[in-house]
Design a protein around this ligand. Structure first.
Ligand SMILES: NC(=O)c1ccc[n+]([C@@H]2O[C@H](COP(=O)([O-])OP(=O)(O)OC[C@H]3O[C@@H](n4cnc5c(N)ncnc54)[C@H](OP(=O)(O)O)[C@@H]3O)[C@@H](O)[C@H]2O)c1
Length: 246
């Protein structure tokens, strides 16, 4: 899809990857519609990109519906808003698990479901779901988060099959650790030296490329495709290696 002149809705645009994606798409001539909960941060992104904004809490399905009504029509939807939580499964509060399912999974389901019919009618559109390497591999102490992202990946594969004939593309972008507020908000700091953190701007460029060239699945950094492949192709070996490396 040629990006210039298109319209894109970006969720979670008030911070991190979403903010960088809004700026990257605007730089490429896309008219952006940005959303998040933090009005001040959104206004700043709106000023930088010249985009429109709507404050919405994606954990609330009525606000998701209102967001879809406000955004329609769009050519591109970037389902990026998300949150994590780190700790043993037995310690997670049910309300936090529910919030993650609502924001990371239910909101993309609803938002995409509401915006796809218009795209199909216009025979033009692209959906990007920002997942995570955690959704491909399953990460310890991030079980619920990993599960929401795994579901988002499978959702994307299914929807891609449904809309392929209508000329709509669906991309899954799966980053490893990214230098954003995500870890602080998840209640832990990223202390591993490997994999190294990448910048949100790098992920934003990958998102733009995925739309431009209709890439079904992209990893950032790219080598993360290897553990994901190994996990699927040779799970016993993957488990042995993961147990050894931690
Ligand atoms: N950072 C990483 O290492 C990493 C790795 C892999 C995947 N990801 C994924 O990348 C996406 C973006 O994360 P990030 O790293 O950019 O983190 P971030 O800086 O914390 O940004 C998260 C965004 O999601 C929005 N959000 C969270 N809860 C929301 C809610 N209830 N309603 C509406 N918006 C909500 C936030 O908006 P407000 O602040 O306005 O509430 C914020 O704009 C997430 O889906 C995350 O799972 C991140």
């Amino acid at each position: 899809m040629d990006l210039a002149g298109r319209t894109a809705l970006i969720t979670g645009a008030s911070s991190g990857i979403g903010r960088a994606t809004a700026i990257e798409l605007a730089r490429r001539g896309v008219r952006v519609k940005v959303t998040g909960r933090d009005r001040g941060a959104l206004e700043e992104v709106g000023a930088v990109t010249g985009g429109e904004l709507l404050v919405a809490d994606l954990a609330d399905v009525e606000q998701v519906d209102r967001l879809a009504q406000w955004a329609d029509p769009v050519d591109i939807v970037v389902n990026n808003a998300g949150l994590g939580w780190a700790g043993p499964l037995s310690a997670i509060e049910l309300c936090r698990a529910e919030e993650m399912v609502r924001v990371n999974l239910l909101a993309p389901i609803r938002l995409t479901g509401l915006l796809l019919p218009g795209m199909i009618e216009r025979h033009r559109g692209h959906v990007v779901n920002v997942a995570s390497i955690a959704g491909h591999l399953g990460v310890g102490w991030e079980a619920v988060y990993s599960a929401t992202k795994a579901a988002l990946i499978t959702l994307s594969d299914s929807v891609r099959m449904e809309v392929r004939a209508s000329g709509i593309g669906v991309s899954v972008v799966s980053p490893g650790p990214v230098k954003t507020a995500f870890f602080d908000r998840s209640g832990h700091t990223y202390e591993q030296r490997f994999p190294r953190m990448v910048s949100p701007e790098r992920v934003a460029k990958v998102v733009a490329g995925a739309i431009r060239f209709n890439r079904a699945e992209v990893f950032v950094p790219r080598w993360l495709a290897f553990p994901a492949w190994l996990h699927g192709a040779w799970p016993a070996l993957y488990r042995r290696m993961a147990a050894r490396s931690g």
